[in-house]
Design a protein around this ligand. Structure first.
Ligand code: C2E
Ligand code: MG
Ligand code: MG
Length: 419
C-alpha cells in the first residue's frame, strides 16, 4: 500500500499510468487439504518467486492474503503492456511446481485496475482490482479481467451472499419461521408453512428470495434444505398432534438422490409422524417428466408424507401434472388472490382451480390472503384453506407455540369429540 501511494503520487505529478494486478490462485485450499500445509507453504513461495522473476525490477509484488498476490506495474505506455504482463504472469504460474516429489499444478486468475482512470487512491484501486479478480474467477478460471465502471455490483453481492451463506450454514444460523394455514370451515390453524429466515449479522433479516437462488446456483441448497427440514420436524413434533408442518423443497434436492433418506431421518430423529409432514414442490420439478422424480414422490407419499403443489398457476400449469401424481394439496398462487374482490378474471381462474381441486379430491389452499374482501370471495367459491398476512405473517417457533396453545384451549365438548 505504501508503494502504491508512492506510485500514485508520482503519477499525479507526471501523468504516468500504473496497473494494479490482483492474482488469485484457484483451489489453493484443496492443495492444503490434500497435500498438507507444508506443501501449501512451499507452493506459495514458489509462486512468489515466479511472480518476482516475471515482473521488472521497479515493479512491486506483495502477498495480500492466503492465496492472493498484488502486482504494481509502473511506467505503462500502452494498455497492451498490462495485458502482456497479465498473460506472462498466468503463463508463469501454469507450469507445474515440483514440491517434495509431487508435481503440483495450480491455476490462477488476474483482476486489473488502472491508475488513475479506475481510481486515484490506493483504497479504491485495490477494491476495484479485487472486483475485477472476482469477475475473472467467475467468468472462467485461468483468465484476466479489467475493472469496468459500475462493474457487476450484482455479481459482487451474489458472491458475498454465497460466502456468508456458507458460514451461516456451518454455524447453523438459518431458522424456519412458520406461517399458519387456516381451515376456512373451522377457523382453526391446521398447519403451518416453514419459511426459512436468515438473520444476517450486518444486513439484518434477509428474505429467501435473495438467497435461495444463490443457494441453488452453488449447490448449497441441499445442506440448507436438509437443515430446515430437520429443524422444522423437530419443532413440529412438540406441537399439538394434528397440526402439520409444510416444508418447501427445491427441484435440485431431487437431483441428488438421497432426499428420501433425508426425509426419513428427519422424521425418525424428531419422532414426528409422517402424516404431519407436508412437502411443497413447484411445477418446475415436473417439467422434465423424470421417472426418478416421480418415483421419489411416490416413495415419499408411501411413507405417509403429504405432497403439495405450490404456486399453482404461475408455471406451465399443465393439467397433465395433476394427473401424473396424486397431490394432496394445491396452493393457488398469491398473484391470483390479489385483487380477487375487483378482478373478474382472477375470480374465474380461482373458481376453476377450486372446482378442479374439489373434483380431484384435493385440498385447495389460497396463498397471500391480505384482505377481508379476498377472504370473502374465497369462502364464497368454496376454498378449503387460506394463508396470508390477514391471518398472520411467518413467526418464530416460540410465537407459534403460543398461538397453538391458545387455540387448543377448547370447550369440553369439542375435546371429547377430538378424543
Ligand atoms: P412460497 O413457498 O410460495 O411461500 C409464500 C411466500 O409468500 C412467503 O414468502 C410468505 O412470507 C409470503 N406471503 C405469505 N402471505 C403473504 C401475504 O399475505 N402477502 C404477501 N405479499 N406475501 C405473503 P417468503 O418467506 O419470502 O418466501 C419466498 C419463497 O422462498 C417461498 O415461496 C419459497 O418458494 C421459498 N422458500 C422459503 N423457504 C424455503 C425453504 O426452506 N426451502 C426452499 N427450497 N425454498 C424456500
Ligand atoms: Mg411454499
Ligand atoms: Mg407459494
Amino acid at each position: 500500500r505504501q508503494r502504491l501511494d508512492e506510485v500514485l503520487a508520482h503519477s499525479r505529478r507526471g501523468g504516468e499510468k500504473a496497473g494494479i494486478l490482483f492474482l488469485g490462485l484457484d483451489n489453493f485450499k484443496s492443495i492444503n487439504d490434500t497435500l498438507g500445509h507444508g506443501i501449501g507453504d512451499k507452493l506459495l513461495r514458489g509462486v512468489a518467486r515466479r511472480l518476482r522473476s516475471t515482473v521488472r525490477e521497479e515493479d512491486a509484488v506483495a502477498r495480500l492474503n492466503s492465496d492472493e498476490f498484488a502486482i504494481i506495474q509502473t511506467g505503462i505506455n500502452r494498455p497492451e503492456d498490462v495485458v502482456l504482463l497479465a498473460r506472462r504472469l498466468l503463463q508463469a504460474i501454469s507450469e507445474p511446481f515440483l514440491l517434495d516429489g509431487h508435481s503440483v499444478v495450480i491455476g490462477a486468475s488476474v483482476g486489473i485496475a488502472m491508475a488513475p482512470s479506475d481510481g486515484d487512491d490506493s483504497e479504491r484501486l485495490m477494491k476495484n482490482a479485487d472486483m475485477a479478480l472476482s469477475r475473472a474467477k467467475n467468468d472462467s478460471r485461468g483468465t484476466f479481467s479489467f475493472f469496468e465502471a459500475g462493474m457487476d455490483a450484482r455479481a459482487q453481492t451474489r458472491r458475498k451472499i454465497e460466502l456468508d451463506l456458507r458460514a451461516a450454514l456451518q454455524g447453523d444460523l438459518l431458522r424456519p419461521h412458520y406461517q399458519p394455514l387456516i381451515d376456512l370451515k373451522s377457523g382453526r390453524i391446521t398447519g403451518v408453512e416453514a419459511l426459512v429466515r436468515w438473520q444476517h449479522p450486518e444486513r439484518g433479516m434477509i428474505s429467501p428470495g435473495d438467497f435461495i437462488p444463490v443457494a441453488e446456483d452453488t449447490g448449497l441448497i441441499n445442506v440448507l434444505g436438509a437443515q430446515i427440514l430437520r429443524r422444522a420436524c423437530m419443532e413440529a413434533a412438540a406441537w399439538p398432534d394434528p397440526v402439520r408442518v409444510a416444508v418447501n423443497l427445491s427441484p435440485l434436492q431431487f437431483r441428488v438422490g438421497n432426499l428420501l433418506s433425508i426425509v426419513m431421518d428427519a422424521l425418525k430423529q424428531s419422532g414426528l409422524p409422517a402424516r404431519r409432514l407436508e412437502l411443497e414442490i413447484t411445477e418446475t420439478l415436473l417439467l422434465e417428466k423424470s421417472s426418478q422424480v416421480l418415483a421419489t414422490l411416490h416413495a415419499l407419499r408411501a411413507l405417509g408424507v403429504r405432497i403439495s403443489m405450490d404456486d399453482f398457476g404461475t408455471g406451465y400449469s399443465s393439467l397433465s401434472y395433476l394427473r401424473s401424481f396424486p397431490f394432496d394439496k394445491i396452493k393457488i398462487d398469491q398473484s391470483f388472490v390479489r385483487d380477487l374482490g375487483a378482478n373478474r378474471d382472477a375470480q374465474a381462474i380461482v373458481r376453476a382451480i377450486i372446482s378442479l381441486g374439489v373434483g380431484l379430491g384435493v385440498t385447495i389452499t389460497a396463498e397471500g390472503v391480505e384482505t377481508e374482501d379476498e377472504l370473502a370471495c374465497l369462502r364464497a367459491e368454496g376454498c378449503h384453506e387460506a394463508q396470508g398476512y390477514l391471518f398472520s405473517r411467518a413467526r418464530p417457533n416460540v410465537e407459534i407455540v403460543e398461538l397453538l396453545r391458545a387455540q387448543s384451549i377448547v370447550p369440553e365438548a369439542d375435546e371429547a369429540q377430538v378424543a
